[in-house]
Design a protein around this ligand. Structure first.
Ligand SMILES: *Cc1c(COP(=O)(O)O)cnc(C)c1O
Length: 521
């Protein structure tokens, strides 16, 4: 088999001579930053990483028509070649273990290694969802105890543990709301979503079959309460409010909003992905919320963003608890834990809207999140929220003289600081500044979101950054802001020091080329 090199690389030749700049190297490498071809280009089908025993070709195949008819075409590499390939690729990436990761709304905080140690204990690591129930009492105990903490921290009635990420949790909450409305014979069709809500909120409502309508933000970046009240009526099923919202601000009128929605016969969904900023300080249950998802992978430090799966438990009010999805963990009178499924569901949960997942949730995330909670304690969680808010306000005030802070005058922010591109020189944009940040050795912030701010830059430092680390980031940002305002042409072609410069991002997202096509001779 010979292969067409899709990256243009041929064995034994420099990888990227055309980018090598003024001092080209014969390898295409830049100092210790190594170039790397595709694995299909390094390996070939005649090489094996291991010695395979002779295959017994005389045995009859039981695959029938399903048996493979041609060569599978996987590249063969030795173990050191394989390890180097993936290690080189990993060095071209950026992660929370390398440095500050200011991606607003994503809560890229440090993932404590204690969590990893606990998640790798064999009783958790090797557990299978179909094991006999008396062999998994400890694992179910973790789910039950975590559920208890989430209920306590939010002041809600119950929690659905199975949703697998934030947006999945939103869908779970909206399906609970739909089931509750249908149960009272009230088929409302509209979900109101303020401009300050996360983008997943209207997507979720639409996915669940609702029509969504915008509610404008007021001049200080919060829901316009009067506009919301004016739109409420018998066709409104729910409002979905992100709190703290995507401008990094606390929705102070939350209780008044909930009261008005309830009075009009609707229900209140709160997007709680930003719970990191308020845990231990505010209980959504006290604000009249009916359903709220919590991102364990943000607030409770389980790895995410290419580093691991998410988990999005949904806390529910008394009005919605009976409609929670199956399966869930429950305790009998003797204290034994069991799993409630369709066959075993009793009267009190008979109105469940159905099932969102095959099993009862993300065990690895549950163990990590509970470890985080227990190692912090209630006071530690409260402190973490306070430190996250303090760090964000430090960033806001260290930058608001060089960058436009649209809501800077309306008081402190919560866990993230929001800036806009006002004052940038003609032809320079938020994207250019973000690319410049890569040259400075930082992952860019969240860009062009929220939509209410032109050229938005949303920066969330999180509580796990040191003051020194934030000061270094601030220094880079100040320099980049000045360059953007002065019209520094070099920013337009940044990054200059990264392995790759400006990729066609729209093309990469819309038409990713994920399949290697080998050409046989
Ligand atoms: C991250 C986030 C979500 C979506 O969570 P996923 O786990 O990525 O699905 C929803 N809302 C807000 C405010 C978020 O920050």
């Amino acid at each position: 088999m010979s292969q067409i090199n899709q990256s243009g690389w041929k064995p034994g030749t420099p990888m990227a001579a055309k980018d090598a700049g003024a001092h080209p190297t014969v390898t295409g490498n830049k100092a210790l930053m190594l170039e790397e071809p595709l694995i299909f280009e390094i390996g070939d089908s005649d090489t094996y990483g291991v010695d395979l025993a002779e295959t017994h070709t005389d045995l009859p195949s039981r695959m029938g028509d399903f048996a493979r008819k041609s060569d599978i075409g996987l590249p063969g590499l030795s173990e050191p070649q394989t390890i180097r390939h993936y290690t080189r690729l990993s060095r071209q990436n950026y992660g929370i273990d390398l440095g500050l990761f200011p991606l607003g709304s994503c809560t890229m905080k440090h993932n404590p290694r204690l969590n990893e140690k606990v998640a790798r204990m064999p009783g958790f690591l090797d557990v299978h969802p179909m094991q006999p129930i008396d062999t998994v009492q400890g694992a179910l105990g973790v789910i039950d105890e975590l559920a208890h903490w989430l209920i306590e921290l939010t002041g809600m009635q119950s929690v659905a543990m199975s949703p697998k990420a934030g947006a999945h949790g939103e869908l779970c909450g909206i399906l609970c709301i739909r089931a509750a409305l249908e149960a009272r014979g009230d088929a409302r069709k509209v979900v109101l979503v303020p401009e300050s809500a996360h983008g997943t909120n209207p997507a979720t409502a639409a996915f669940a079959g609702y029509t969504t309508e915008d509610i404008p933000a007021n001049a200080d970046g919060r829901v316009d309460l009067e506009a919301l009240k004016a739109r409420l009526g018998p066709d409104v099923a729910a409002v979905m409010i992100t709190n703290p919202n995507t401008c990094g601000l606390f929705e102070r009128d939350m209780k008044a909003i909930s009261d008005a929605v309830h009075e009009a016969g609707g229900l209140v969904y709160c997007d709680g992905a930003n719970f990191n900023a308020i845990m231990g300080r505010v209980r959504p249950g006290d604000l009249g919320v009916d359903a709220m998802h919590i991102n364990l992978h943000k607030t409770f430090s389980t790895p995410h963003g290419g580093g691991g799966p998410g988990s999005g438990p949904v806390v529910l009010s008394e009005a919605l608890a009976p409609f929670a999805p199956l399966p869930f963990v429950d305790k009998d009178a003797d204290g034994n834990l069991h799993i409630v499924e369709e066959e075993t569901v009793g009267e009190e949960h008979g109105s469940s809207f159905g099932r969102m997942t095959a099993f009862h949730g993300q065990m690895g995330m549950f163990t990590r999140a509970l470890t985080y909670i227990l190692s912090h304690g209630a006071d530690g969680l409260r402190q973490a929220a306070g430190d996250a808010v303090l760090n964000a306000n430090y960033v806001l005030r260290r930058l608001d003289d060089v960058l436009h802070a649209p809501f800077g005058a309306s008081g402190p922010c919560m866990h993230e600081a929001l800036f806009g591109d006002e004052g940038f020189a003609e032809g320079l944009s938020t994207l250019d500044l973000a690319k410049g940040l890569i040259d400075e050795g930082f992952h860019p912030m969240t860009m062009y979101f929220p939509l209410v701010v032109h050229g938005a830059m949303l920066i969330e430092p999180t509580e796990t950054e040191s003051k020194d680390g934030i000061d270094q980031f601030v220094m880079s940002m100040r320099s980049l802001a000045e360059r953007a305002k002065e019209g520094d042409e070099a920013l337009k072609t940044a990054p200059h020091h990264a392995p790759r410069a400006r990729l066609d991002e729209a093309q990469a997202a819309r038409k990713p080329r994920l399949v290697w096509t080998a050409q046989s001779e």
